[in-house]
Design a protein around this ligand. Structure first.
Ligand code: MN3
Length: 240
């Protein structure tokens, strides 16, 4: 290879290393961002909270943020690793008697890990609003930003038991959708990529808001980081 070809090939390799658009999701979850949920060995890991525990005061109090992140999110990560080990053990020992139990648990715990990770990045202490492509799609799919807010608020407040209100991008219909997720993993539509998630498990609000889930959901709207939601949509559209 002569010098000219060498540089030409290097350029192609260099270009490839920037990653085609289909790999943007892989890039965002692998390069040290908070969405990196798994280490090189395939074990689940929890990144640091992207801000101090008092960053979301007064809407979300420091003690709740600390307990929620450390014990509820952190506990799900530990449990997901155990589920994974138990599935591996069952396969190694060729004993599938209780593998369905661990498979269900893994779905529950890993979904918790995914949603909590997104949840922390969806919140901020400054006022933001949807703009650009996100706003255009909100208006196309829900009529207006106000109508989406009403829709996702009602969906979140009225979940039976524990769960999440979710705004996601559905690639199969190329549209934004609202989901009412029970626990961490139920009532999804296959393929949906979560963009904005609202945790309405009691552990998210009981210290400050007691039994008033409605007040908590209303208090979350002013601290939603719509810039983060917009970035997540941009990535989701590139994956598609
Ligand atoms: Mn939670």
């Amino acid at each position: 290879m002569n010098r000219k070809d060498f540089f030409k090939n290097s350029l192609i390799i260099g270009g490839a290393s920037i990653l085609p658009s289909s790999s943007l999701f892989a890039q965002s979850i692998s390069e040290g961002g908070i969405d990196k949920l798994v280490d090189e060995k395939g074990s689940f890991i929890q990144q640091k909270l992207p801000y101090d525990v008092n960053f979301l005061e007064p809407n979300m109090d420091a003690e709740t943020t600390h307990l929620h992140f450390t014990f509820h999110h952190g506990g799900a990560v530990k449990a997901a690793n155990k589920d994974l080990q138990m599935i591996k053990k069952a396969m190694d020992e060729n004993n599938f008697e209780s593998v369905d139990y661990w498979t269900k648990k893994l779905s529950f715990h890993f979904s918790s890990h995914i949603l909590h990770t997104i949840f922390w990045t969806n919140l901020t202490n400054r006022k933001t609003e949807p703009t650009g492509e996100l706003l255009r799609r909100i208006e196309k799919d829900f009529g207006s930003y106000g109508r989406l807010q009403s829709y996702i608020a009602a969906t979140s407040k009225n979940i039976d038991g524990s769960g999440w209100g979710i705004l996601g991008y559905q690639p199969y219909s190329d549209s934004l959708v609202v989901l009412q997720c029970e626990n961490h993993e139920k009532l999804t539509q296959w393929g949906v990529i979560p963009l904005l998630v609202i945790d309405v498990w009691e552990h998210a609000y009981y210290l400050k808001y007691k039994n008033k889930r409605t007040d908590f959901v209303d208090a979350l709207f002013p601290i939603i980081d719509w810039d983060n939601v917009a970035q997540r949509l941009e990535t989701a559209l590139k994956i598609k």
